[in-house]
Design a protein around this ligand. Structure first.
Ligand code: SF4
Ligand code: SF4
Length: 261
């Protein structure tokens, strides 16, 4: 049977990336001479929302509970391997030098990491010949969400493994922020706040926290986050519901902010 998607190894998806990595993959990425930055996002949180939203239920499992002032939030920490231009692991023949050990995110593309998001082939970098479906196909085939209808078992397993790893990395992420003094976050869906930290320190903290998993699950991280936004009105809204906020002028040189348009 013809597969609905077959990678042509064109290398298009290996350029200009922020690749989400697990804690273990981050250690390997830095050890390979590459760079990792830390994205931190805050989500104002009310337990009632969970009862009506399956997407947020999944989000809860990959975030940790905390506070900004008196506002209840959940914090999502994402390690990102990043580069401009070609990936440092891509050779001149467009082959991945670390193919057998490449990150889970690389194994999953062009499929979505979140199974609640439908695949849109037209938004992917893969050439037409990679798809046996028309590339303009959107959202569903016969009312079945497209990703569910065409995903292969191996990729599906990678998605589940990445999700499980993200849940088990939670305690490490919470304590890593504490040990590196990271206490600022962007507001989810408003912008991205990236933290650039010393790479040797990041790697050694991750190694130490991962080797002490039993102890880390019993400790708490920062309990008063500062939420950064470019918009005066967003900061004012957050302050009114008890949050603590900061403007871009208060960021340090290790913090990089990207506002959503
Ligand atoms: S690690 Fe390999 S598969 Fe992933 S972006 Fe780099 S070259 Fe591509
Ligand atoms: S862009 Fe698509 S077809 Fe090309 S290497 Fe990446 S996954 Fe494969």
């Amino acid at each position: 049977m013809t597969k609905p998607f077959q990678c042509t190894q064109c290398g298009q998806c290996c350029h200009d990336l922020n690749i989400p990595l697990t804690a273990k993959e981050s250690i390997d990425w830095i050890s390979g001479g590459n760079q990792v930055k830390v994205l931190v996002e805050a989500i104002p949180w009310s337990e009632e929302t969970l009862q009506v939203n399956e997407l947020l239920n999944r989000k809860k499992q990959i975030t940790f509970a905390s506070l900004s002032g008196s506002l209840s939030i959940r914090v999502q920490v994402t390690f990102l391997g990043y580069f401009l231009g070609a990936c440092p692991n891509l050779d001149a023949q467009l082959n991945c030098r670390i193919y057998e050990d490449r990150p889970l995110t690389c194994r999953i593309y062009p499929f979505e990491m979140n199974p609640h998001i439908a695949l849109e082939p037209n938004n992917k970098l893969c050439p037409d010949e990679a798809w046996s479906l028309p590339k303009t196909t959107t959202r569903s085939i016969h009312q079945v969400p497209l990703q569910i209808s065409i995903i292969d078992a191996e990729t599906d397993q990678h998605i589940q493994t990445l999700f499980t790893q993200n849940t088990t990395d939670l305690a490490v992420k919470e304590l890593l922020c504490l040990s590196l003094g990271i206490s600022t976050a962007s507001l989810s869906n408003d912008g991205y706040l990236f933290h650039h930290v010393n790479q040797n320190e990041l790697r050694s903290q991750l190694q130490s926290l991962l080797s002490n998993t039993l102890n880390t699950t019993q400790k708490r991280g920062i309990q008063d986050w500062l939420i950064v936004s470019q918009n005066n009105s967003t900061r004012s809204d957050l302050t009114q519901i008890g949050g603590r906020t900061a403007a871009l002028s208060e960021l340090t040189s290790q913090e990089e902010y990207l506002h959503f348009q």
